[in-house]
Design a protein around this ligand. Sequence first.
Ligand code: 3EB
Length: 294
Amino acid sequence: MRFAADGSAPDKDPRCVRVGLRVLGDQALQEHWRSPVPVQSGQHDGFGYSENGDVLFAQMRVEEEALDNMERATFEAYNRIGTFTRARGYPNLLRTWNYFHDIHRGDGDHERYRQFVAGRYRALAGQADFAQSLPAATAIGTREPGMLIYFLAGRIAGRQVENPRQVSAFEYPPQYGPRSPSFSRAALVRAEDGDCLLVSGTASIVGHASRHPGDAAAQLQEIARNLEALRQSVPGAGWRPGSLKLYLREPAQLAMLSALFQQHFGTLPLCCEGDICRRDLLVEIEGTFTTTRV
Ligand code: 3EB
């Protein structure tokens, strides 16, 4: 995964996802997803993909012009993703990342993020067991035009995990938009050598309400409590952080947030400047936790 500022060309290598967010702090940080078995990569139907027989990792882009109708653009994108993943034999969406321009454009329920949520819902709600088969997700606003979606899909379904401190996103009340966001708090994926918990973008939300508006430090501490509660709700011991990413709205808060993060997690995250989908939220953390089976 390569993060790059605006203006650099999309990568021709399907294994490389170029996310249009500015990296703050250590510019050299990248995210790598490795497979213990051989990987095949290619391009098909507008997707760049890599697959190893168990999971498919793929990316697609939508042009900015199509985002004028964000509901429809997202509906069509997720329909295409469904068709592609089923055709390749990985019908179970495990984890999605959604990055798009100007996430707060428009008022009330016309806001781009809410229209994105509505379109994604319309595409996914047709599935059987809809609320039990939702992927973990990230949705972040970019300065770069257009939308990038990349995702992991499995031959076998993961186990959906919800957070006891938070109302499930798919059950949010209508005050946050005409449709509730179709994602799970985490997806648990089992492998022979250990388990991986793919954790959604996690914000300072308790119940369904944003906490500590305007106070990024308090938001980060609330996020740490949310992540701890999530991890504790998953069976198994010895969970340790894999790769963690922090999104922040205000670059000036980088040093303060990194220091707090280090205290909580004992490591430094990859930090990106991006817009979190509720206007009152300043920071969000996502990542993976792993265990090794004994
Ligand atoms: C939240 O918990 C914060 O709509 O895909 C986090 C992760 C958030 C994913 C999404 C939204 C999404 O509601 C926002």
